[in-house]
Design a protein around this ligand. Structure first.
Ligand SMILES: Cc1ncc(C[n+]2csc(CCOP(=O)(O)OP(=O)(O)O)c2C)c(N)n1
Ligand SMILES: [Mg+2]
Length: 587
C-alpha cells in the first residue's frame, strides 16, 4: 500500500493504539494534520502549545499510557520545550511530534525554522530528525518503545515537511509495520535492565531483616513501575513504615497504618525525622532529590541505603548506596518480598522495633500538620478549603495542582487512597501545569472527577486552556486559592529576605476570576467567607456538563509548614510557631 509520509505518521499512531492527541497545526505540520480528518484518533485543539504538552502529561499521569502531542515548527516547537522538560524531570512517557521546514531548507534560517532536535536534546529521553518518509513507521515504533520502557520519558519526532507532503514526491512510501524484533534490533544500544541481581536482592533482604529503625522511601518510580501492590506486600510482611514523596503520593494509601506521608522541604515532621533517624533507608524508585535530602551531608547520617532504580545513573548519583539494585521496581520488590520471607522462614528474627514504632507515633501525635483556625474578619484559610474539598469528593477523584504554596497544602492535606490520583509537576515545578494537566487527566479518565487546585499566579499562566476544555466538553473543576500573591515566593521573602516583598503582589480582584471563567464558557463561582466554602464546593460538584472555576479568597499571610529551609539539614526543620519547638535537633 502506497501512502504519503503524513498518512503513514497518523496510521502509525493508530497502530500504536493512540486514541487521543493534543495539538495545534501550522505550516510545516499541515500535511500531517490533513489525514487526521479521516482518522479515529481524537485530536484536541489547544490554545497554546504548552497546553498540549501538559495535557499529554496529565493524560499519561492518570492512565499510565503515553501522552501524544503534535505541533508545528519554530515557535510551536519552542512553546512545547517546557512540557518536554517537565516530563523529562518527572519520567512521564510522552511522544511529541513537531513539524520542521523541508530538508533542503534546514540550516537556511527558513521561515519558522528552529533547531528543534538541538534545543530539545537535553530535555528528551531521545529525539529523531526523520530524513525519509520510509523511516516513519519504524521511528514511531521506536519512539513509543523508548518513551514507555526502562525509565519512561518524553521522545520527540521532528518531521521535515517535504517527507510528509503529498505534493512532494519525497513523501511517497510503501507502508509496512515493523515487528517487535525490528524495533529492538534497530536500537542495539538500548537494553534497559529490568530484573534485579539476585545476590544483591538477598543482601538487601539481610539488611532489612537486621534493621532496627528502617523506613521505606517510596518515589514516583513505584507508580511508573505499577508497583503499588508489591510495595503494600513488602510493608505488610516487614511492618516497615513508608514515606511517599511528592511524586509518589497515592502509591501507598494515606490511611494505611504504616503510611507516614510526604517527606521533604514541606513534608510532615514524622516523615522527615523518621528518615533522618533511620538506620536503613529502602529507596524504591526515588532519587534523593534535594527537596527530600536537604543538605546532603547531613541527610539520614546513620542510615544504610538500599537503592532500587530502573535507571542505573541514579544509583550513587547523590548518596552512595550500601546495596544498589538496578531493575524494575515491581519485579525487584516482588523478589525482595520472597527473599525476606525466605530469611524469616529460615529462622531469622527481626530485632524488636517497638521502641522505634512508639517514637514514630509520638512524633505523629506531637507534630501533625496544623494551622491556626480562622479568625473573624480574616480571609479563608487555604488548608480549611482543601479539607472541605477533600471531604466532599469521591475518594478516587484525581487531584492536579500547580506549583507553589497551594501545591504543598494540596499534597499535605489531601488523603490519597489510590495510585494515579495525584497529577503534579514535581521535578521542574512548572507554574501553569495544573489546568492543562487536569484536562489531559480528564480526557484519559472521563469516569473520574478531576479537580485542579491552582494558585492565582499559576492560573494566569495557562488559564486559556479552559477555552479548550469548554469547546471539547471536558468538565474539569478548578479551585483557585487566590491569595493575591506569588505566595511561595512571598513566603521566602518573608522568612529569608527580611519581609522585603519584591515583585510578588498580584491582586485579589484583577483579573475578575469569575468573569474570566464565564468568558471562557465555564461556570464561575467565588467563596470569600467560611460559610460560603461548602456550598460552592457542593455546587461545583453538581455541574457535569462544563468546566467550573471556583475562586477562594485566601489569606495572603498563611505560610506552608513544616519547612526545612533550602540548603539546610533536615535536623533544622521548622514547625509552626504554635507547636512545641523540637527539643533536640530533629527531636
Ligand atoms: C514557570 C515558573 N515561573 C516561576 C516559578 C517560581 N515560582 C514558584 S512558586 C511561585 C508562586 C506561585 O504563585 P501562585 O500560583 O499564586 O501560588 P501560591 O504560592 O500563591 O499558592 C513562583 C513564582 C515557577 N515555579 N515556574
Ligand atoms: Mg498565589
Amino acid at each position: 500500500m502506497e501512502l504519503n509520509g503524513g498518512q503513514a505518521l497518523i496510521k502509525a499512531l493508530e497502530m500504536e493504539g493512540v486514541e487521543v492527541m493534543f495539538g495545534l497545526p501550522g505550516g510545516a505540520i499541515l500535511p500531517v494534520y490533513d489525514p487526521i480528518i479521516d482518522s479515529p484518533i481524537r485530536h484536541i485543539l489547544v490554545r497554546h502549545e504548552q497546553g498540549a504538552g501538559h495535557m499529554a502529561e496529565g493524560y499519561a499521569h492518570a492512565t499510565g499510557r503515553p501522552g501524544v502531542a503534535m505541533v508545528t515548527s519554530g515557535p510551536a516547537a519552542t512553546n512545547i520545550v517546557t512540557p518536554l522538560c517537565d516530563a523529562y524531570m518527572d519520567s512521564i512517557p510522552m511522544v511529541c511530534i513537531t513539524g520542521q521546514v523541508p530538508l533542503p531548507a534546514i540550516g537556511t534560517d527558513a521561515f519558522q525554522e528552529c533547531d528543534t532536535t538541538g534545543i530539545t536534546q537535553s530535555v528528551t529521553k531521545h529525539n529523531f530528525l526523520v530524513t525519509a518518509a520510509a523511516d516513519i513507521p519504524l521511528v514511531v515504533r521506536e519512539a513509543f518503545h523508548l518513551a514507555t520502557t526502562g525509565r519512561p520519558g518524553p521522545v520527540l519526532i521532528d518531521l521535515p515537511k517535504d517527507i510528509v507532503d503529498p505534493q512532494n514526491p519525497a513523501s511517497a512510501m510503501d507502508w509496512y509495520w515493523p515487528s517487535d524484533t525490528d524495533v529492538t534490533d534497530s536500537l542495539p544500544g538500548y537494553r534497559p535492565n529490568t530484573v534485579g541481581d539476585p545476590a544483591r536482592i538477598r543482601a538487601a533482604a539481610e539488611l532489612i531483616v537486621a534493621s532496627r529503625q528502617p523506613v521505606i522511601y517510596a518515589g514516583g518510580g513505584i507508580l511508573k513501575a505499577r508497583a503499588a501492590e508489591a510495595l503494600r506486600e513488602l510493608a505488610a510482611l516487614t511492618g516497615i513504615h513508608v514515606v511517599t514523596t511528592l511524586m509518589a503520593r497515592g502509591a501507598f494509601p494515606d490511611d494505611h497504618p504504616l503510611c507516614l506521608g510526604m517527606p521533604g522541604m514541606h513534608g510532615n515532621y514524622t516523615a522527615v525525622t523518621s528518615m533522618q533517624r533511620s538506620d536503613l533507608l529502602i529507596a524504591l524508585g526515588s532519587r534523593f532529590d534535594d527537596r527530600i535530602t536537604g543538605k546532603v551531608g547531613g541527610f539520614a547520617p546513620d542510615a544504610k541505603i538500599i537503592h532500587v532504580d530502573i535507571d542505573p545513573a541514579e544509583l550513587g548519583k547523590v548518596r552512595r548506596p550500601d546495596v544498589a539494585i538496578n531493575g524494575d521496581c515491581r519485579l525487584v520488590i516482588t523478589e525482595l518480598v520472597k527473599a525476606v520471607r525466605a530469611l524469616l522462614d529460615g529462622g531469622a528474627t527481626q530485632p524488636d522495633r517497638s521502641a522505634w514504632r512508639s517514637t514514630i507515633s509520638g512524633w505523629q501525635e506531637q507534630y501533625p500538620y496544623a494551622y491556626e483556625p480562622h479568625a473573624e474578619g480574616d480571609s479563608l484559610k487555604p488548608q480549611m478549603v482543601l479539607e472541605h474539598l477533600r471531604d466532599s469528593v469521591p475518594e478516587d477523584t484525581i487531584l492536579c495542582s500547580g506549583v507553589g504554596q497551594h501545591q504543598m497544602w494540596a499534597s499535605q492535606y489531601w488523603k490519597f487512597r489510590h495510585p494515579y490520583t495525584w497529577v503534579n509537576s514535581g521535578g521542574l515545578g512548572t507554574m501553569g501545569f495544573s489546568v492543562p494537566a487536569a484536562i489531559g487527566a480528564k480526557v484519559g479518565r472521563p469516569d473520574r472527577m478531576v479537580w485542579a487546585v491552582d494558585g492565582d499566579g499559576c492560573f494566569q499562566m495557562t488559564a486559556q486552556e479552559l477555552v479548550t476544555a469548554t469547546a471539547e466538553r471536558i468538565p474539569i473543576k478548578v479551585a483557585i486559592l487566590n491569595n493575591a500573591y506569588l505566595g511561595m515566593v512571598r513566603q521566602w521573602q518573608e522568612m529569608f529576605y527580611d519581609e522585603r516583598y519584591s515583585e510578588v503582589y498580584l491582586s485579589p480582584d484583577l483579573p475578575d476570576y469569575v468573569k474570566w471563567a464565564e468568558a471562557m464558557g465555564c461556570v464561575g463561582l467565588r467563596a470569600e467567607s467560611p460559610e460560603e466554602v461548602q456550598p460552592v464546593i457542593d455546587k461545583a460538584n453538581e455541574i457535569d456538563d462544563r468546566p467550573v472555576v471556583v475562586e477562594f479568597r485566601t489569606d495572603s499571610r498563611e505560610k506552608v509548614f513544616p519547612m526545612v529551609p533550602a540548603g539546610r539539614s533536615n535536623d533544622e526543620i521548622q514547625v509552626p510557631a504554635f507547636q512545641p519547638p523540637p527539643s533536640t535537633p530533629g527531636g
